[in-house]
Ligand binder design. Sequence first.
Ligand SMILES: *Cc1c(COP(=O)(O)O)cnc(C)c1O
Length: 348
Amino acid sequence: MKNFNIKNLVRPNVAGLKPYSSARDEYQSTTSEMVFLDANENPFQTDVNRYPDPQQRSLKTELAKIKAVSVENILLGNGSDEVLDLLFRAFCEPGKDNIITLPPTYGMYKVLANINNIENREVLLASDFEPDVKEILNSVDENTKMVFLCSPNNPTGNSFSEENILKILEQFNGLVIIDEAYIDFSAKESWVKKLKNYPNLVITQTLSKAYGMAGIRLGICYASEAIIKTLNKIKPPYNVNELTQLRALNRVLDRKGVETEILDLLKERADLNKALEEISFIEKIYPSDANFILVKVDDANKRYNQLIEKGIVIRNRSTQALCENTLRFTVGTGKENQKLIMALKSLK
Ligand SMILES: *Cc1c(COP(=O)(O)O)cnc(C)c1O
């Protein structure tokens, strides 16, 4: 990132765009004494008869406090999936640009690359599931706009070493997206703290996992002001609805509640890990920094089907690169994990 300049990355048509200005962008006020006749809303109260805040200020203010960043470093979306899609649409020219992903990893990067007609250059993780930095840098050309690092990684569960991530941040001139969907289950520090040092760093987080709110769809992007400004140009004006903003704010304010659940899940993860060691057909348990555990078994298809018959749904990850005969168990409640262990013990 020696010669990093965001102007060289943004798609030309996006660089020239003026963001759409909605009624609620042009006049913002929270005082209820004003008479709002500007947005063709229905005046009768339903609690949601008004358009939501397009910039989600209350929620961002709280997140900014917790993460020690400024509100201008935050963009919110309809799940991280929308945030990731906005990154593609802002920075990658269809049919021309490319991105780099590191299988086995989260499937959405590839799906979004395909939808946006962007070449997805896949550089397999090394055998220890760490990024192959040399091969990644070798795959970069002048049209490589983004490298996706999922840390802790789904489905392998490990966090990437700080050293490897730093090398990529320092030597790649495009955006380095670190997907921290599982960061709250990890003992490692979030990269949000390093935002100021790296203008090419983009971090995504979500309320879907540790915050227990997958149903409301709230994804978060932390990046430089310049990057956030660019994403704001192309986001749909009301992309985070009012109900989501309210529920998310309440949850984020309940820091004790969230913290207690995370600690509980970490304890359950440790217990589950221990119990899995006793299962004869489990050949390997991969260390996890997330709320799931990946294991290698004798015959993943057979074990998957047996568990379905016992009423337990897990994920068979065997089709993923480097993941032959692997199963992924999400950490559930103590009771659920107990059921899983009992079921696994009973399998022939
Ligand atoms: C679950 C998950 C997400 C969450 O996506 P949302 O759209 O916010 O629900 C993001 N990244 C990874 C790697 C995940 O596993």
